[in-house]
Design a binder for this molecule. Structure first.
Ligand code: ATP
Length: 250
């Protein structure tokens, strides 16, 4: 028997101020599958992610959720300024009924796993660098042990070294815990590194212009294989709209 998907968009439509973004958007994400959603700026990627996560109610259609617990990583960390680093990471755990000591232990373990240090545990967000805040952001999402993770341009403001580190960390976490991922990104190399499949949203009609499975598993692709895939797709007409828009934005 085929497993039901973790997430299904079924004929989803949305409009802002009378301007339609998409009419009949369909996409299914399997359990344990990582899908990267690419598309020109303004095509509605973030809106789709927010609809999927229940942050925005679609005007039309349905989202079917076959998962129990979700976490969202936004581009900007959104830490609570009056809470320490570990309290921020542990924030979502209180709702799950975990005791205070257990919450602190989980938060500390995750803080260390994302490269934060013990000396940082009691610092407030204002005392942390941008990179440290982004590490805390990822740790906070993993703390709730999601089976569906939404990532909205999570590393676009992060320098290359840290971006790679956090990508690898998420790939390893997704593999060991088996959660599904919907990643919105502008960065084709990031998509090729992190995802099992890429969906390209058309800027013209808000539908999926192309859906491509990637060879191999995330975390096992060589730098050369990633580079060659990005090169090949950048010559593919289906990706043309994406690249011309990205280049215009530069
Ligand atoms: N709350 C809102 N009210 C009105 N218009 C909105 C709102 N949110 C988004 N939009 C508009 O909807 C369109 C799609 O926005 P969205 O952020 O989903 O696109 P995107 O593909 O993620 O863009 P980018 O790649 O630039 O982040 C844009 O034209 C945007 O201005």
């Amino acid at each position: 028997m085929r497993q039901s998907p973790a997430l299904t968009f079924s004929r989803v439509g949305h409009a802002f101020l009378g301007r339609s973004l998409f009419e009949d958007f369909d996409l299914a994400i399997g359990k344990g599958e990582a899908v990267a959603l690419l598309g020109p700026s303004g095509s509605g990627k973030t809106t789709l992610l927010q609809i999927a996560a229940g942050i925005v109610e679609p005007v039309k259609g349905r989202v079917l959720r076959g998962y129990r617990r979700q976490a969202v990583v936004f581009q900007e960390p959104r830490l609570l300024p009056w809470m320490t680093l570990t309290d921020n990471i542990a924030y979502g755990l209180a709702a799950r009924g975990e005791g205070k000591a257990a919450r602190r232990r989980t938060a500390e373990r995750l803080a260390l796993s994302v490269g934060l240090e013990e000396a940082d545990f009691t610092k407030y967000p204002a005392e942390l660098s941008g990179g440290m805040r982004q590490r805390a952001n990822v740790a906070r999402a993993l703390a709730v042990d999601p089976d569906m993770l939404f990532l909205d341009e999570p590393f676009s403001a992060t320098d290359v070294g840290l971006r790679r580190h956090l990508q690898d960390l998420l790939i390893a976490a997704a593999r060991s815990r088996g959660f599904s991922v919907l990643l919105v990104t502008h960065d084709l190399a990031e998509a090729v590194r992190v995802a099992d499949r890429i969906a390209v949203l058309s800027g013209r009609d808000g539908r999926i212009a192309a859906s491509r499975a990637l060879a191999g598993r995330p975390g096992e692709r060589s730098e050369r294989a990633i580079f060659e895939q990005v090169e090949a797709w950048s010559r593919d007409p289906v990706f043309g709209e994406l690249f011309s828009a990205t280049e215009r934005a530069r």
